[in-house]
Ligand binder design. Structure first.
Ligand code: CMP
Length: 136
C-alpha cells in the first residue's frame, strides 16, 4: 500500500557554512526523496526556542537554540514513502560518533551539536514542523 509522507528536514548552520547544501540534497535525492519545498533563511533565537520547545527542560536547550539561529539554514519539505522513518535512517544517530556508515551525520556531522541535519521524529511532529516554517 502506498504511504507517501512528508517530513521536515533542516540543513543546519555547520553544513551550510561548509557549502554542503548541494551534497546533502543529492543524498536525499539518491534515496528517492523529492524536495517539494525549500528555503534558505536565518532565524532569530526566539524562533529557534519555539521550534525546539520540546527540549526546553534539557540542559543543552540554550546552546541548541543559539546554534540554530547562528547562521543560515536550509529548511525543506521532503517527500517519499514512509518519509519520516526513511529520513531518520538517512540522517543516522543524533551523535555523529554513533551514526552508521552511509548516513548524513556519519559523513558530515562534527559533533552532537553540529550534526549537520535535523529531521522530524514522528508523523505528528512532521506536520507541526512543516507548518512552523511553511504556513503562509
Ligand atoms: P536535532 O535532531 O536537531 O534535535 C535536537 C538537537 O539537540 C539534536 O539534533 C542535537 O544536535 C542537539 N543536542 C545537543 N546535545 C544533545 C544531547 N545530549 N542529546 C540529544 N540531542 C542533543
Amino acid at each position: 500500500m502506498s504511504n507517501l509522507e512528508q517530513t521536515l528536514s533542516i540543513i543546519k548552520p555547520d553544513a551550510v557554512e561548509r557549502n554542503l547544501e548541494n551534497e546533502i540534497k543529492e543524498m536525499f535525492k539518491n534515496k528517492g526523496f523529492n524536495i517539494v519545498k525549500e528555503k534558505k533563511i536565518q532565524i532569530e533565537k526566539a524562533e529557534a526556542e519555539k521550534f525546539y520547545k520540546v527540549h526546553e527542560t534539557k540542559p543543552f536547550y540554550n546552546d541548541l537554540c543559539a546554534y540554530l539561529s547562528s547562521g543560515p539554514i536550509v529548511v525543506m519539505v521532503i517527500e517519499k514513502e514512509n518519509a519520516v522513518l526513511a529520513n531518520r535512517d538517512l540522517m543516522g544517530a543524533t551523535n555523529p560518533k554513533d551514526a552508521a556508515d552511509g548516513t548524513i551525520r556519519k559523513k558530515y556531522g562534527i559533533s552532537i551539536d553540529k550534526n549537520s541535519v535535523h529531521g522530524s521524529d514522528s508523523i505528528d511532529n512532521a506536520k507541526i514542523e512543516i507548518d512552523f516554517f511553511f504556513k503562509d
